[in-house]
Design a protein around this ligand. Structure first.
Ligand SMILES: [Zn+2]
Length: 474
């Protein structure tokens, strides 16, 4: 193992060698490039459960291109999004800070201007950067565009059910490659590309040629016919925005979700091939993750996210390929929150202070198990907050008649109880975190036009009773 350790230290060119024994890493060493990475490719996908990927144990063969990338990557098997919906989770990914610390608690927040982002931090060090986002929630008004030389949020097509602006995976890939060429034409030096795909987000309407098997329902879930809801929460019903024609059976919706994933995977394959053709893949760090999952019937919640903090809505894929680096699986608790510090470590760049995310390449011994904080923030029928630590998930739901707590093992039933002492300790940690994070920073809301307000209401994300008083779109 000593040789492996030395190899990791060499290829990562960072001071903290991953410890293969402590982390249970299967190391597959490839050629050592001997030079710093020349680029960073960050690919994120909306609404993608980790357990739909072959590299996370799925047997339906939905993601051959991602599985191929994962086979050359460090794959984090226990990654959880800090929030089960888009803007807070993506903001955490790009800043290494919890949504509460950013004051980003809804899909209509503005990212504070003084917080360093991956793009601004790299930009200050001479990097060129470009982003392509295909979720309406991530448009420039969020100020996620800060620090990017190019930020393409143009969405010219419309969703089938809600009629909202969107961009499908083929157009997302085409835009990303176009921006890569634009950046390449602007001098030399390292480049950062972030691409966010929207396709697995409902309604599930992949191009007709992308069929996929439904496979079995998640454990404990039974397929059935669902009534259509009058809202988008999917509790015991089909969310309004997901309903396609008169289809009501859960099997066909699950198959349609899988078809979106197959389509997205194919287009990510095209993206990687295009980057490779330009000679930019081998020398770049590639990171893949998702902003949150999707309930597929767990807790009788169907084809929706934003409510629960269970694995269905928060377990996400997370892996990174480092040029000439190690590949294998790691069980450590991790999160898209870790993307910022981990990317910088892989690039040999010092991170800013006060990050809550961790450098996942740092294998040094920890004194205490890691604790992750999760919250559904302002979305959902009730406020839920959770901590994950040491194999346990502790969720507190705030209801009108008080708080309800719930303990469970992260890996499912472990066959033994969580001791009273352990529960008391978790309650204490939870209270400390809630005090520290819960009141970190008030949210600054976007100045919405009437159209934007109506679009966001249609997405199910706005609590305002009416958009009528807002100014019309200029
Ligand atoms: Zn999302």
């Amino acid at each position: 193992m000593a040789g492996d350790q030395q190899g990791v230290g060499l290829v990562h060119r960072i001071r903290r060698a991953t410890h293969p024994v402590a982390l249970g890493v299967l190391l597959l060493m490839t050629a050592c490039s001997g030079s710093s990475p020349e680029g960073l490719i960050l690919i994120s996908v909306d609404t993608l459960r980790a357990d739909r990927l072959g590299s996370y144990g799925n047997e339906l063969g939905l993601t051959p291109h991602l599985d191929s990338l994962a086979s050359e990557s460090l794959v984090f098997r226990n990654a959880f999004a800090p929030a089960p919906f888009t803007l807070p989770s993506v903001s955490a990914m790009l800043t290494g800070r919890y949504p509460d610390q950013l004051g980003v608690q809804s899909n209509t927040a503005v990212l504070p201007g003084e917080i360093p982002t991956l793009a601004s931090w790299l930009g200050q060090r001479g990097w060129r950067s470009a982003a392509v986002v295909s979720n309406y929630v991530l448009r420039k008004k969020t100020r996620l565009d800060r620090g990017f030389d190019y930020y393409d949020a143009a969405m010219r097509s419309r969703e089938q059910v809600r009629g909202l602006p969107e961009r499908s995976a083929d157009a997302t890939t085409a835009s990303a490659l176009r921006l890569l060429d634009l950046m390449s034409g602007r001098g030399s030096g390292p480049m950062f590309l972030w691409v966010h795909y929207q396709d697995p987000h409902g309604p599930y309407t992949a191009p007709a040629e992308w069929e996929a098997p439904a496979g079995p329902p998640p454990p404990g879930v039974e397929d059935r016919l669902l009534p259509t809801s009058t809202d988008d929460r999917g509790l015991d019903s089909l969310p309004r925005y997901q309903a396609l024609g008169d289809r009501r059976d859960t099997v066909s919706y699950r198959a349609a979700y899988h078809a979106e994933i197959r389509f997205m995977d194919e287009q990510i394959g095209r993206l990687l091939e295009g980057i490779d053709r330009r000679g930019l893949l081998d020398g770049s760090v590639v990171i893949f993750t998702a902003d949150h999952g999707e309930s597929l019937g767990e807790g009788d919640r169907w084809f929706a996210h934003g409510e629960y903090l269970a694995a269905s809505e928060t377990a996400v894929p997370l892996f990174l390929r480092i040029p000439g680096g190690a590949a294998g699986e790691l069980q450590r608790l991790s999160s898209p929150l870790d993307v910022f510090p981990t990317a910088l470590a892989a690039l040999g760049i010092e991170p800013p202070d006060q990050l809550s995310g961790e450098d996942l390449l740092d294998g040094s011994a920890r004194e205490a198990p890691r604790t992750l904080w999760l919250s559904n923030l302002t979305v959902g029928s009730a406020r839920r907050q959770a901590l994950l630590t040491d194999g346990i998930r502790y969720v507190v739901t705030r209801r009108s008649d008080g708080e309800v707590e719930e303990f469970s093992w992260l890996g499912g039933d472990q066959g033994h109880e969580i001791s009273p002492e352990r529960r008391a300790s978790l309650r204490n940690t939870f209270r400390e975190l809630r005090t520290r994070l819960g009141a970190s920073r008030p949210e600054k809301r976007q100045d919405l036009t009437r159209d934007e307000c109506q679009n966001l209401r249609a997405l199910g994300y706005l609590v305002e009773p009416s958009c009528d008083a807002l100014p019309a779109t200029p």
